[in-house]
Design a protein around this ligand. Structure first.
Ligand code: PPE
Length: 304
């Protein structure tokens, strides 16, 4: 069960957790057109800090732009509301979920002038794929479901309804005893996890799929910048599932999943079945950065 916090920001006001309700005819609930973000706030020695807040708010508004949803709030107002949500709930560490959705008005797939609503919830959320997963690595299964084709939905927007594809893949992977699903794109190349981007390491160099069919992950971008600073070569290019099987290391990245090593893919053991050296190096640096222990990356933190 989710760990409750105290208040949820809804359209400009803080309401009690238990009162944060919507009408059953809320348009997004029926048809799935809404956009959201997932952001983490970490405990540092100087108080709580939100990781890459600007980039998340920018992506939220970019999702709105792509999906032609016009919120009544500016990025500046949403940024303030996010910081206020963390403060009001008094949480040192939390996950932050802004959601922009189409409210109650007309029904039918053309939402005309239905109101555009905004909510921001925060709650404590531990390791997405388990503490063991972060430390020892997870088991990944290629899904029978394919990632969205660019002409079916637009993956640069973090759209609510698009996650049905992720849920189907995740349920399937779990039902056959795996921890997470890997989706291929419509051409058959490796795309991303149900809620994470993917990286492989081969001969000391890193590869991650290009932006074509994936969500442009903010953690993915952080890893690319970190690797470049560490002088580890990084390439954004397509690769096949057998290249993944043959990789020295592989790991998933996401706000919720952070950096999760993968120790097995489709029954093939990767990296001797435990997190490899490059993965560990990046993981260690990542956790230092989010905890404010590496000054080079201070601009990625917004102290609340
Ligand atoms: N791909 C997908 C499909 C995805 O959902 C996420 C984040 C990423 C890549 C990584 O993006 P970023 O967080 O910017 O590095 N998934 C969010 C939702 C997970 C959920 O179960 O809810 C998240 O990690 O917050």
């Amino acid at each position: 069960m989710i760990k409750k916090s105290k208040k949820i920001w809804m359209d400009g006001k803080f309401v009690d957790w238990a009162q944060a309700n919507v009408h059953i005819l809320t348009h997004t609930l029926h048809y799935g057109l809404g956009v959201f973000e997932g952001i983490r706030c970490y405990k540092t020695r100087k108080g709580s800090a939100i990781f890459r807040l600007k980039e998340h708010v920018d992506r939220l508004f970019s999702s709105c732009h792509i999906m032609q949803i016009k919120p009544e709030y500016t990025p500046k107002e949403i940024t303030k509301a996010i910081i206020d949500s963390v403060r009001v709930n008094g949480l040192e560490e939390c996950y932050i979920r802004p959601l922009i959705y189409i409210g109650y008005g007309v029904m039918g797939i053309y939402p005309k002038s239905n109101p555009i609503r905004v909510a921001i919830a925060v709650w404590p959320w531990g390791a997405y794929l388990g503490e063991d997963g972060i430390k020892k690595g997870i088991r990944l299964k290629t899904s029978s479901f394919t990632r969205h084709h660019v002409n079916v939905s637009m993956t640069k927007s973090k759209t609510c309804g698009q996650y049905v594809n992720s849920i189907l893949a995740k349920k399937e992977a779990i039902s056959v005893g795996y921890d997470e699903a890997l989706l291929l794109d419509t051409q058959g190349y490796v795309s991303e996890g149900s809620g994470e981007n993917i990286f492989i390491v081969r001969n000391g160099a890193i590869k991650t799929p290009p932006l074509n069919s994936i969500l442009e992950g903010i953690t993915r971008n952080s890893i690319i910048e970190m690797a470049q600073k560490l002088k580890i070569p990084v390439k954004e290019m397509s690769f096949t599932r057998d290249e993944l099987y043959a990789a020295d290391e592989t790991f998933l990245t996401g706000t919720a999943a952070e950096i999760t090593p993968v120790r097995e893919v489709d029954g093939r053991i990767i990296s001797k079945g435990k997190p490899g050296p490059v993965t560990k190096k990046l993981q260690d640096l990542f956790f230092k950065i989010v905890k404010g222990e590496d000054k080079t990356y201070n601009s990625w933190l917004t102290y609340t």
